[in-house]
Design a protein around this ligand. Sequence first.
Ligand SMILES: O=C(O)CCC(=O)C(=O)O
Length: 259
Amino acid sequence: MQATSGALTRQYAADGYVVVRDAIDPDLVGAANTHIDWLLDRHPELAPEQLGHRLCRDDPFWIELVSDQRLLDLAELFVGPDIALFATHYLCKPPRCGKGVEWHQDGAFWPLEPMNVVTLWLALTGSDLENGCLRVLPGSHRSELAQMRPTDRDSVLRRRIDTDVDEDRVEDLVMGPGDVEVHHPNMVHSSTPNRSDRWRRALTIRYIPTSTRITRPDEASPFLLRGEAVTGLNAYLEPPPFRADDHFRSPAGKVGPAC
Ligand SMILES: O=C(O)CCC(=O)C(=O)O
């Protein structure tokens, strides 16, 4: 049985993250995986870890995906009813060579005022320690944003927080496709490289309440997804119209414009 919304927000407040099992159905997970394959074909110049949010600005399927009502209902528990997209990335780790992500707090990178934002991390394959699961430090969201320092590790970020992480307190989040992890911008987290023969794929979605100002709009992909905008605060993009020759069409027909 799914946890109630009260249980989810209580665990988030206590730990800085919470996992919701089977939030998204296998058809939509399958469609997102086919979308990733399509993107990788069209963008051989991009590493699978770096299918970044600028691509979503002209991708109707991607905007439909992050507008899924189940995801927005979850986001609403943490940011309220007026919800905008700030950014979204597919972070995919190929078998054997997929890179890890060093310890960090997301808020250290983001041009948001105030830092009121929530991440939904949607698992699109299984993830475990061998293929590159998320690792989190429960309760670390109560600490301030720490300084970052460069690292010479071959990781997605090439920077890490400049404080020690107590490995004894770390939780490794083993997740199945369709599970969603929700996390706070100050929560310290990382992920392992992929040492397995399997892909590890996930979609990160950063949702803000419309009362959060994006201070450097060129670093964002702002779309109003639910509720009302605050006048004069952020300039939202129009949802891209579907063009059959240019855009991905969901094979399952579950998401995306009708033919
Ligand atoms: O997907 C990963 O491996 C890391 C994701 C992450 O660091 C994030 O969502 O902030």
